[in-house]
Ligand binder design. Structure first.
Ligand SMILES: Cc1ncc(C[n+]2csc(CCOP(=O)(O)OP(=O)(O)O)c2C)c(N)n1
Ligand code: SF4
Ligand SMILES: [Mg+2]
Length: 351
């Protein structure tokens, strides 16, 4: 049913962003996912985030693997670049694209099967190497597309729809991302757009590997009693660390807050993440404390959400590799293939 297209007509009174575009310009095709699937709410949050950030859609490249979650880029940013790759292989394709053209904003969209099961190695190396990406995992604890088998993020002791208990230990993707060295790490819930939209905006402006694990219930296979990824379970066990406001660089900060109740995080480009702390003593710059908190809360069955960790001194793979500033397709033949003399000089330098 992916042939369904949306009508091109739009209401003349629709709000426009600073580029003159309406939100419709950031949408994609009509979703064919199950009604109520968490993934559709994440698509809506992505549309809102890019619309409000006033980003030209052609500056974005959205890449995914295989799964219901990986289908979602068809449903947002219809005017952006996109590639639906192979199951679990989105990160390496994205890394290659990023190295070839650093001028685009890279949005990696994946599922828990795609990134924690078959693609775990790819996920790990992408974050470890600091690829400048917004990496979103739409985490429902199952392989939704292939009819609801447990994925590697399914909690030990949780039950399938048919009542089978999962005996394997789960992979906590946020815990892994912390260990691997990602420099912007957050968790959110598809049912909490107020939290997810500013997290997405802040991640887009982060210069380095940004990872957001979004718990996204699968209404067809994992939304029953006994599941720890159902709407009810997440609502009852969601421990929100902080509330966020994202303030772009050019906008003045107007809202008044009691001194001490908020923390301003100024990113590289001058944009500000204004954190209203819910957990008073939580420090988002402390990687070890974040690891400890996650472990402690997960042992109690709680799901920690919010901005979990940020490193403002982050750099990215291009810095690590000392690559050329320009996209490769803008270089001429002489720069790309400088000839035998230049090659000899390089070889001599390695002897
Ligand atoms: C190499 C390969 N192995 C297995 C599959 C079958 N397959 C397709 S999607 C999928 C799992 C998807 O799970 P997830 O990434 O969590 O996405 P969801 O559908 O839950 O959003 C599997 C196992 C495949 N397409 N390719
Ligand atoms: S099977 Fe699950 S993950 Fe897939 S579209 Fe339906 S609710 Fe969403
Ligand atoms: Mg899944």
């Amino acid at each position: 049913m992916t042939y369904i297209t949306k009508p091109k007509l739009e209401h003349p009174g629709l709000a426009r962003n600073k580029l003159g575009y309406t939100r419709r310009y950031y949408e994609g095709a009509v979703s064919t996912l199950c009604a109520g699937c968490g993934h559709d709410s994440i698509s809506a949050a992505i549309i809102q985030a890019f619309f409000e950030l006033d980003i030209e859609p052609h500056r974005i490249a959205k890449l995914s693997g295989i799964g219901c979650s990986s289908k979602t880029p068809t449903y947002f940013l219809g005017s952006s670049h996109g590639l639906n790759s192979v199951h679990g292989r989105m990160p390496s394709v994205l890394t290659g694209a990023n190295l070839a053209n650093r001028d685009l904003i890279y949005l990696g969209v994946s599922g828990d099967g795609d990134s924690a099961s078959i693609g775990l190695g790819q996920f790990a190396h992408c974050l470890r190497r600091g690829v400048n990406v917004v990496y979103v995992v739409e985490n429902n604890g199952v392989y939704g597309l292939t009819k609801g088998q447990f994925s590697a993020t399914a909690d030990k002791g949780s039950k399938s729809r048919r009542g089978v208990t999962n005996r394997d230990s789960n992979i906590d993707m946020v815990g892994l991302a912390l260990q691997l060295g990602a420099t912007f790490i957050a968790r959110s819930f598809s049912g909490d757009k107020q939290q997810l939209v500013p997290l997405l905006k802040a991640a887009v402006k982060h210069q380095g590997a940004a990872f957001i694990d979004v718990i996204s219930p699968c209404v067809a296979f994992n939304n029953h009693a006994g599941s720890t990824k159902s709407y009810d379970y997440v609502r009852e066990h969601n421990e929100v660390l902080n509330r966020l406001d994202f303030v772009p660089r050019r906008d003045p900060i107007t809202a008044e807050y009691d001194p001490g109740s908020v923390q301003d995080i100024v990113q590289h480009d001058g944009s500000v993440i204004r954190l209203s702390k819910v957990a008073e003593d939580y420090d988002p710059y402390d990687r070890i404390a974040a690891m400890n908190l996650l472990q402690a809360r997960s042992a109690q069955g709680e799901i920690v959400t919010g901005l979990i960790y940020i490193d403002l001194d982050a750099d990215d793979l291009h810095t690590h590799l000392n690559t050329v500033e320009l996209p490769l397709n803008t270089l001429g033949e002489e720069e790309l293939c400088p000839g035998a003399v230049a090659l000899e000089a390089i070889n001599a330098g390695l002897r």
